[in-house]
Write a protein that binds this ligand. Sequence first.
Ligand SMILES: Nc1nc2c(ncn2[C@@H]2O[C@H](COP(=O)(O)OP(=O)(O)OP(=O)(O)O)[C@@H](O)[C@H]2O)c(=O)[nH]1
Ligand SMILES: [Mg+2]
Length: 429
Amino acid sequence: MKILTFTGSTPSQALKKAKLEIGDEGMLIETKEVRKKAFGKEALYEIVIGIEEDILPSTYKKATKPLSQQRPLKEESQDVLFNLSNAAEQIAKVSRVADDPIAEYMTPSREIYKQVVPIPEPKELKEIKSEINKLTDKVKIIQNMFWDEKGPDIASQIPAEFAEIYRLASQSGMNKKHLDELMKITLEHMPFKMRENSVTVKRYFQTILRKMVPIRREPVLSMGTKKVIMLVGPTGVGKTTSIAKLAARYSFLMQKKYKVGLVVLDTYRIGAVEQLMQYARMMKLGIETVVDPPEFTSALDSLRYCDYILIDTMGSSPYDKGKIEKIHECLDANSTEYEVEVVLVMPSSIKYEDLQVTYDNFSTLGIDSLMFTKLDETMGFGNIFSLGYETKKPISYFSVGQEVPEDLVCASSDFLVDCLLNGFNRSKV
Ligand SMILES: Nc1nc2c(ncn2[C@@H]2O[C@H](COP(=O)(O)OP(=O)(O)OP(=O)(O)O)[C@@H](O)[C@H]2O)c(=O)[nH]1
Ligand SMILES: [Mg+2]
């Protein structure tokens, strides 16, 4: 790989010069401020670009003579182009003759700055120059905002243009390890051309985010097939409300109207059955209650005429192994031919570590998919990404409010990415 440096009064100007000289294929390795803007003198920035020798333009190859044969730099130009591997020796020489290598670097008479590279600057470039400069400045401000607070990890290695999305994602509650992995993938695969500004970087990052989390498409039931769905999860997360929303969706809101039946396992708590009974009455749905596990099979059998059977369970603290065990016993007692799809319902308003503990405790039930509730009550959505990414379990639905049936959304990666980058917006539901 050839290591080349380019200079300019702004980083974007230096980058433009690099692109004119060697095209889009290079990799930006470093940007540094060589000289601050001073009275009467422009600032000077240097960027270091690495490029595979075989893709280095042939015209460029010819233009770069060995340093010892290059012409001296013209006084009026600060455009310096040299090959770092050869320059290593030269830098050693410079440091022997000067205390301040940067000052020497700027001295035209030194051997190291031999070639002036004429940089044609088309009119269009001039026109977009000021826009790019403004953008670069903004990005630099953001970069500085978080660079200071991070240690020497990936955050300090990522280019300035990534600062905005890095900050957004890290403030979203995404697990740090996942975020770093994501940034690494983005950095490795993002075409050099897209790195120019934070808009294209964000667009690319969105694509990667979309692929991060598995999503379960809502199935279309073929003739004669049935679906039995059980919602499990901690207390008060919205299981019963979600059962009511799903029941309304399958019965009335889809193109095909399905027959829906309900089962309540939560018979220990006063009011639990009554809550679902009310919805069942309103929607004229069959409902069965189960007190002991052996009754589970007969409850499913009595709803044999239904296309969808939705099972509400008692809310249990993730640490309450007894209640989870009771649900397990019901599943074990199922002697019908129906497979029960177990959906773990969790609120999006708790942090990733708590989601993980919840998942671990309920995982003994064999979780098939995830449902997140209360998206309307949170600002960060990175925890959802992290749990989906870590468990590889598909997300089936989102609950976005208390209203039955409207506050239910079929999961989609576009919706989730939009929530992460722009926040939850009811009008987009
Ligand atoms: N803001 C908001 N509130 C919700 C959402 N889903 C449910 N709720 C509310 O959360 C509260 C608890 O809902 P339930 O459906 O009873 O929760 P549960 O998981 O069945 O609770 P237990 O049966 O006690 O475990 C109710 O006040 C619901 O209206 C949601 O997506 N957003
Ligand atoms: Mg309930």
